[in-house]
Design a protein around this ligand. Structure first.
Ligand code: AP5
Length: 249
């Protein structure tokens, strides 16, 4: 089973609506993914979305979709892409506005897995305000942890499909045919921000801005910390086990 909707509404924002849907799940799961860049959030999101029939809402994917779109970009988005390329965080105001514009995706009956948002305490507070306004409640905040050298190894070996965005790893998850996506045959490329100079900036931004979110969510009782060592399937099983222990799966 694949993800329940094609995420057009999230990726394009504004008036855009999802074009393909599957039946709604019995209940909408609403979760946030935390963890350093390259720890495997996107990889886990794919497995979790299949399991819970929910949508992977990644703010990084919105920026990448804007970059590859044909239409004109506003000044805020142009500036955002510059920050992203350097590995820096996009200003809170820009990201919060972008998510607010997509609040219908948070309210959707498929639920959501938010990946890459919130990334600062200010963003988390803005998200809380959106929940208060909409009456939504989070089920869990999944926080993945891994030693930094393993994170760097995962990031530097990542290759992404230009078309369907599936990720591979040159060593641990190589495609069957070098440079080609197993799923759609698309060309694989290395993200601009996966170069060593950007990786260093991203990890520093994570430590300074995103790591404090662990304390923020620990106080709410929603935080579940998972060691991201092991194969994607092993990490996924640990995640499901931890959710079950909390009565959330
Ligand atoms: P974003 O797209 O969110 O990137 P990120 O957080 O840096 O996370 P990644 O997508 O790089 O990594 P991942 O954890 O999903 O790892 P993956 O599963 O691919 O953000 C990009 C940029 O956008 C930011 O830097 C910022 O500029 C901007 N931005 C976005 N949101 C923002 C916000 N809220 N505020 C401000 N700025 C924002 O895995 C990585 C590799 O490891 C892959 O090759 C994979 O195959 C491999 N792998 C995965 N799991 C395993 C495993 N278990 N074992 C071995 N290999 C594995």
């Amino acid at each position: 089973m694949s993800a329940p909707a094609d995420r057009t509404a999230w990726l394009q924002g504004g008036e855009a609506a999802c074009k393909t849907y599957q039946p709604y799940p019995e209940r909408a799961y609403r979760m946030v993914l935390l963890g350093a860049p390259g720890i495997g959030k996107g990889t886990q999101a794919e497995l979790l979305c299949k399991r819970f029939r929910t949508c992977h809402l990644s703010t990084g994917d919105v920026f990448r979709a804007a970059k590859s779109s044909q239409g004109p970009l506003g000044p805020a988005m142009q500036a955002a892409l510059g920050y992203m390329q350097r590995g820096e965080l996009v200003p809170d105001e820009t990201v919060i506005d972008m998510v607010r514009e997509r609040v219908e995706c948070l309210k959707c009956d498929y639920g959501f897995l938010l990946d890459g948002f919130p990334r600062t305490v200010q963003q988390a507070e803005a998200l809380d305000r959106m929940f208060q306004e909409t009456g939504l409640v989070l089920d869990a905040v999944l926080n993945y942890e891994l030693p930094v050298e393993k994170v760097v190894e995962r990031l530097s070996g990542r290759r992404t499909c230009k078309d369907c965005k599936t990720t591979f790893h040159v060593r641990t998850m190589p495609p069957k045919v070098e440079g080609k996506c197993d799923k759609c045959g698309g060309e694989l490329y290395q993200r601009e921000d996966d170069r060593p100079e950007s990786i260093r900036v991203r990890l520093k931004a994570y430590e300074e801005s995103t790591a404090p979110l662990k304390d923020y969510y620990a106080k709410t009782g929603l935080l579940i910390t998972i060691q991201a060592d092991g194969t994607p399937e092993q990490v996924f099983e640990q995640t499901i086990g931890a959710l079950r222990d909390r009565g959330k799966a």
